[in-house]
Design a binder for this molecule. Structure first.
Ligand code: PGA
Length: 246
């Protein structure tokens, strides 16, 4: 039997906790609860929502099915880093982290080494890591995608040891939030290239303008799951995606 797909909802910088709670109520009404029992949903929320989300999931007895995910972490464990959040501080609230999402790469000066360090710290803290990589439109047009992905992966090569602790999320920057996606053949060849780089055991996900209507074409070529941003904000639409993909 094929293993269940991995689904991440990335709420980005949306919702206060009250809104997230309403989102959860609608999602739970619409989702196929058998699927939710079988396969986890990874829910990436702003850091301020991690603690109350975690508490709510415990109260609802859903903490095995829905895993709160931090959207970014610091490459440091503690110290004078105003505004950053250390993996140590997410100890009891996040089960997983996104590392290197292009929206956080864009507004920070972190280097590939820093992203490598984030992955290292998260793995040491026994958190699951979703490592995001992807090329710009210019790089895509200039056939530099493979080189860019290899460069971004180079800092974590030594860390690719435990396949169930780390997934690679291929997210072309130009496909995020744009409503545009690469051609199916292009995603397929990139997936095959990433397979060569990381090996057979690691899960490879796709993110970038995934919604309920393009889901079929996005997941039907052997990817291990999807990262859904904008379309995850509507709980009904997202439940449709979740129900369809697993
Ligand atoms: P999108 O975002 O689905 O809105 O393109 C994807 C992401 O957050 O990575």
């Amino acid at each position: 039997m094929p293993s269940p797909k991995i689904i991440i909802a990335n709420h980005k910088m949306n919702f206060n906790f009250k809104q997230l709670r309403s989102w959860l109520d609608v999602f739970l009404t619409e989702v196929n609860s058998n699927l939710l029992n079988k396969s986890k949903l990874y829910l990436a929320v702003p850091a301020c929502n991690l603690y109350p989300l975690n508490q709510t999931l415990l109260e609802l007895d859903l903490s095995q099915s829905i895993i709160p995910v931090a959207q970014s972490i610091s490459p440091h464990l503690e110290g004078a880093y105003t505004g950053q959040i250390s993996i140590k501080q997410l100890d009891l609230t996040a089960g997983a982290v996104l590392v290197g999402h292009s929206e956080s790469r864009e507004v920070s000066n972190f280097t590939n080494q820093d992203y490598g360090q984030m992955v290292r710290l998260a793995l040491q803290a026994q958190k699951k890591v979703f490592f995001c990589i992807g090329e710009s439109f210019e790089e895509y047009q200039n056939n530099q995608t493979f080189a860019k992905l290899a460069e971004q992966l180079s800092e974590i090569k030594d860390l690719l040891i435990a396949p169930n602790q780390i997934s690679i999320c291929y997210e072309p920057i130009w496909a995020i939030g744009s409503g545009i996606q690469p051609k199916v053949e292009s995603i397929l060849s990139i997936k095959n290239y990433l397979r060569q780089l990381v090996g057979e055991e690691f899960t490879i996900l796709y993110g970038g303008s995934v919604n309920a209507s393009n889901l079929e074409s996005t997941v039907n070529f052997g990817l291990d799951g999807v990262l859904v941003g904008g379309a995850s904000l509507d709980a009904r639409e997202f439940a449709k995606i979740y129900n369809a993909i697993l």
